[in-house]
Design a protein around this ligand. Structure first.
Ligand code: UDX
Length: 455
């Protein structure tokens, strides 16, 4: 007996957005056909194994495997996946090119595959771009390729939407299940309404607290950049003020940003000063929209400054270290944390990479790092630029300066005594404002971003 599903969705691309959406949809009785060209990944997904770590994902996949394995399947053939479903979501990566502009090649090849499928299909089909793409891509690249390859008309034979996602790593499942808004960019009303109905079915009552915004394709594409660029700007803004704070004794950036963030028009999130932002999205997206606007004849001064301030934080933390410990050449320097944020082993654009490069530029060669989760990935990224330790004790042993780069809970528990016990000279620079300033400043040789010593 064939079961009739209310919705059958193909997810083309099995990264964070793709697989987390796939698993969340399948849990709600939606038939999902994911597709990837990576055989190993497809097999893992079909065996119910998450191919990467994301909080809650494996548990969700276990549950699906146990109760309804037929609801989540992964194919190597995207054309078949499209043909057997009614909605297709493009969730491919849009990496940064060497020249920092956006690489749309995966989007292009997926659009071609959808076109091939739609050539063979008579029924109306909805195509939704979920990847982050520069304005114009959904209409002029995706829509055009599908039209050219399939011979079908957008708006008549197939629908076209752009729906940005806003999930942060470590929160992907939570963010997918409880978004604060759903943005639907639509080629025409029919496309947008079909996607809205799908989400009304999927989210049910959650939509009482979650507005659905409908707009054209290009506006929706720009919303995503608006989001990531403003978050990056908030961080660089806090770092700019951290540098102001360091011009005056006893001014503390943490208190300053708390005061600023309590304004109801601002909010205190992403005002954390430190060694700077990293991750797979902020650099990529800020650079992509900057390069895009430049190609259209407008040079962004604001985003240039956001990136410059961020890069300078890595240089600044090394300046603080040398102010504190003197010239570090020939001395052992320890890095506490390497991942771009706690809770992940992701090293993409991590601040640790910029700090290591700056240390090496200054002739400092004896660098050792320790991360509770990211040592392995860091070894791929940093090669033999640094040594790796298996524990806090080991990384601090014989060290003359420690730099706190990632605010893992494991590091939060450390007291001044721990640093004194293990280090040759207990110099510590807090790059994330993790430690109690008064206590650490009294008991150690200490510096922190956004505050200078009490005189
Ligand atoms: C981000 C966005 O939050 C998400 O909406 C988007 O879809 C993808 O990019 P993510 O890269 O997973 O998510 O991490 P996020 O938690 O946003 O942190 C990014 C970086 O900013 C980290 O390196 C973090 O350490 C840094 N950060 C964050 C600060 O330096 N200060 C802050 O106050 C907040």
């Amino acid at each position: 007996m064939f079961k009739i599903y209310k919705y059958r969705v193909s997810i083309l691309g099995t990264g964070f957005i793709g697989l987390c959406s796939a698993a969340c949809f399948a849990e709600k009785d939606i038939k999902v056909l994911a597709s990837t060209h990576n055989e190993k990944k497809a097999k893992m997904i079909n065996d119910g194994i998450a191919p990467f770590f994301e909080a809650g994902l494996q548990e969700m996949m276990d549950n699906i495997k146990k109760k309804h394995p037929e609801l989540l399947q992964c194919m190597l053939d995207p054309i078949k996946a499209v043909l057997e479903t009614d909605i297709s979501m493009i969730t491919q990566g849009t990496p940064m090119r060497e020249d920092k502009s956006i690489d749309l090649s995966y989007i292009e090849s997926t659009a071609r595959e959808i076109g091939e499928a739609l050539k063979q299909k008579d029924k109306y089909h909805l195509v939704v771009v979920r990847s982050t793409v520069v304005p114009g891509t959904t209409r002029n690249l995706v829509g055009k390729i599908i039209k050219d390859v399939s011979g079908k008309e957008p708006g008549k034979d197939y629908g076209l939407c752009m729906q940005p996602e806003f999930l942060a790593e470590g929160r992907s499942i939570e963010d997918t299940l409880h978004p604060d808004r759903i943005v639907i960019g639509e080629f025409d009303v029919k496309s947008g309404s079909m996607l809205q109905e799908f989400y009304e079915y999927f989210y049910g009552e959650h939509l009482n607290q979650c507005p659905i915004l409908r707009m054209n394709l290009e506006s929706a594409e720009l919303v995503k950049y608006g989001n990531n660029c403003l978050l990056s700007t908030k961080i660089s803004y806090a770092n700019e003020f951290a540098n102001f704070a360091e011009l005056v004794p006893n001014v503390d950036i943490v208190q300053v940003m708390k005061g600023v963030g309590l304004d109801y028009r601002i909010n205190s999130r992403f005002l954390g000063a430190g060694v700077g932002f990293g991750g797979s999205c902020f650099h990529k997206d800020v650079n992509a929209i900057k390069a895009w606007s430049k190609s259209k004849g407008y040079t962004s001064r604001l985003l240039e400054a956001v990136l410059d301030i961020n890069d300078d934080q890595a240089v600044h933390i090394v300046d603080l270290a040398e102010e504190l410990a003197g010239n570090l050449m020939g001395k052992k320097v320890s890095l506490l944390g390497l991942a771009f944020k706690p809770g992940t082993d992701d090293m993409r654009e991590a601040a640790s990479i910029r700090v290591v490069n700056e240390l090496i530029k200054r002739g400092i060669k004896n660098i050792e790092g320790y991360d509770p989760k990211a040592n392995e990935k860091a070894a791929i990224e940093l090669g033999d630029k640094i040594k790796f330790a298996d524990s806090i004790e080991q990384v601090l042993k014989d060290s003359e300066c420690a730099l706190l780069i990632t605010e893992w809970d494991e590091f939060k528990k450390l007291t001044p005594e721990d640093f004194k016990k293990h280090m040759k000279t207990p110099n510590l620079v807090d790059g994330r404002r993790l430690y109690n300033y008064e206590i650490f400043n009294k008991n150690l040789f200490f510096r922190a971003i956004g505050r200078i010593n009490l005189e």
